[in-house]
Ligand binder design. Structure first.
Ligand SMILES: [Zn+2]
Length: 137
């Protein structure tokens, strides 16, 4: 389950630093490598920080397993991926840059997590380091 962050309440309780540790079912269709799929769930280990101006910085990692056929030799294989997750959530009334997320009172992490998983997916799945290196015949 993806938690919803009640920023108003966290501020009221003076919890300006918080840790989040949870698992969630990712959206389908994020992996575009042929014959490879993501084995749910995705694990998220995040740390949040609320700044004085109510900007919320969330950073940490997403961890998941990819399983399928090696992109080079088609042998069955699997690999654990650890991706960086980082995002700045600006109160909607002050949003300027396109790259930051905005929020009103509460933060829904769905889009952020979807981006973190999507950007961390490798170009291919390989059964070993050496299989990733093309050999010239
Ligand atoms: Zn291979």
């Amino acid at each position: 389950m993806i938690p919803t962050l009640d920023i108003r309440r966290l501020i009221a309780e003076k919890k300006y630093d918080f840790d989040l540790d949870f698992e969630f079912e990712p959206e389908e269709g994020l992996v575009e490598i042929p014959y490879v799929e993501l084995v749910p769930p995705v694990k998220a280990e995040l740390h949040g920080k609320i700044a004085e101006d109510n900007t919320v910085l969330i950073r940490g990692k997403v961890i998941y397993c990819l399983k399928g056929l090696c992109s080079r030799c088609l042998k069955e294989t699997s690999s654990t991926v650890e991706g960086e997750a980082e995002g700045t959530f600006v109160p909607a009334s002050r949003r300027k840059e396109d790259e930051s997320y905005s929020y009103v009172g509460t933060i829904d992490l769905r889009e952020f997590l979807r981006d973190a998983v999507m950007f961390s997916i490798p170009n291919g799945l390989y059964c070993s380091e050496t299989c990733n290196t093309p050999d010239y015949k």
